[in-house]
Design a protein around this ligand. Sequence first.
Ligand code: PGA
Length: 257
Amino acid sequence: MRVVILEDAQQVGSWAAEYIGRLVRQKPTVVLGLATGGTPVLCYQRIIAMHQEEGLSFSRVRTFNLDEYVGLPADDPNSYRSFMRQQLFDHIDIPASSTHVPDGMATDVTEHCRHYEQQIQDVGGIDLQLLGIGSDGHIAFNEPGSSLASRTRLKALAARTLQDNARFFGTLERVPRLAITMGVGTILEARQCLLLATGENKATAIRDAIEGPLTSQITASALQLHPQATLVLDEAAAAKLEQADYYRKAEALQVGC
Ligand code: PGA
């Protein structure tokens, strides 16, 4: 794993945006896996600036989001589809038809999940999957105990996640209890994974994911199995890493993975 430790959240967002921007320039038809939550917002802001000020085009890019709440229509202000429109899609030149987010209102969830996986296959797989990490160590909504071979499916949100996400809904009671999420197995098939983590409330999950054992209790630890996983952290999220000095030296020597 490549571990990049930067000063603050702003630097993490800019680093990730530049990384994604390079990929888009190299391969204008790149397939991006995208994430929601507070962490990627600064990255998306920088991507929007790259589009508006530097002419970076997303007209041929295809995107697949990690997850969506069950029971929220796409136009609900708290749906992840709405989040993506507000934070990114409405500000760049990507056609709506090229953006994919699971449908939280799907009547046949099993069939919808199968179809979502098929759509990923049909475009040749995800080139780069952007990820956050939950304070419980989850990637996407793969809560503790999720199979490390799991595919896109219905998942019940863990108590800690409900609590963490209550800030977006105003009250805990309003947070949906279920979500459709890509599985850990789905995520591991992306050609590259780029996980961002900022803030001290992620420090324990980051230590467990990078330096702990491979375990379904911390689904981000599955990235240890991925040959091209990059984790970009601010100082606060990196604060509990025992090998932080080594990661910094390796990064300076550019021998990350
Ligand atoms: P956050 O969520 O970016 O809002 O902290 C991350 C996650 O739950 O994956």
